[in-house]
Every structure is written in C-alpha cells, then in structure tokens.
Design a protein around this ligand. Sequence first.
Ligand code: SF4
Length: 84
Amino acid sequence: MAYVIVDTCTKDNLCVEACPVDCIHPKQDEPDYEAAVQLFVDPEACIDCGACIPVCPTNSIFILEELPADKADFAGKNAAYYGK
Ligand code: SF4
C-alpha cells in the first residue's frame, strides 16, 4: 500500500515538509519542479504513516484503497514519476 497524490494538488509543499521519509517529489530545489503539474509519492518509499493527509490544503492525497474511481489512474502516475 502507498499513498497517492492526485491532480488537485497545487504544489503547496506542506506534505513534503511533513513526510518523514522524504518520498514526495519533486521538491522545490529539484530541476523538474517547475514543469511538474503536481507532486508525486514514491510508492516503494512511502511507509503509510498518513502524516501528509491532514496538512494537504486541497485534500489531494489518498490511501491507495480509497482513491476515488475517477482518480484510479493516479496510482500509476505517481509510480511512473519514479520509473516504477
Ligand atoms: Fe510520506 Fe507518510 Fe505521506 Fe507516505 S503516508 S507520502 S511516508 S507522509
């Protein structure tokens, strides 16, 4: 299981600060930050702690099992960002 960020993400970066294992990217100092339309969770690094959920101002982060049906493809999109 991993957490998944969907396209309502506005790159507020609060989840990046909250994540204890640094598995949300791109970060503001990374080269692809400006071009990225949203942030993504590395599904293999995520420890399912849930710390990112309450800090997200747009409610854009979901537990994989609770992804809305119309956002189901974002599990793959998050993984694809990391080449997985
Ligand atoms: Fe990071 Fe925890 Fe959110 Fe996973 S659930 S992305 S480890 S803050």
